[in-house]
Design a protein around this ligand. Structure first.
Ligand SMILES: NC(=O)c1ccc[n+]([C@@H]2O[C@H](COP(=O)([O-])OP(=O)(O)OC[C@H]3O[C@@H](n4cnc5c(N)ncnc54)[C@H](O)[C@@H]3O)[C@@H](O)[C@H]2O)c1
Length: 93
């Protein structure tokens, strides 16, 4: 929403959650009517990210700005006590 509020007229939204994509798309559309491309994407999978980039360039020709805010919250633990498994999963990519 921040991008469209600042004047972007073409926007790509990507998330692995298709329901969330649909909901966000409706919010942006209702507020702005700008051109929206929804791409279901898993940012932990390089092929999925490449697909999103390819679809974006095909539809809009280029990418001007990117905001990667995909993420998960760790269990409520002090970081140094948290299991390393989620970190290892990203490090292996
Ligand atoms: N909200 C805050 O104040 C805050 C502050 C500091 C850090 N963070 C961190 O920023 C990140 C995002 O926080 P948020 O509050 O926006 O969380 P959120 O849960 O509202 O949004 C995260 C989004 O990422 C998506 N997602 C998760 N894994 C994905 C994947 N592999 N591929 C594609 N999409 C994926 C989820 O479906 C969700 O829509 C988290 O890692 C969080 O720990 C948030």
């Amino acid at each position: 929403m921040s991008f469209v509020k600042e004047g972007c007229t073409k926007i790509v939204i990507a998330d692995r959650n298709s329901d969330g994509l649909e909901e966000t798309s409706k919010l942006i559309d209702a507020a702005t009517g700008c051109d929206i491309l929804k791409v279901q994407t898993d940012v932990s999978k390089p092929d999925s990210v490449q697909n999103m980039v390819d679809q974006t360039v095909e539809k809009f020709g280029r990418i001007d700005y990117v905001c990667n805010a995909a993420g998960i919250r760790s269990p409520r633990q002090v970081r140094w006590r948290a299991a390393t498994k989620p970190i290892d999963r990203h490090a292996e990519q």
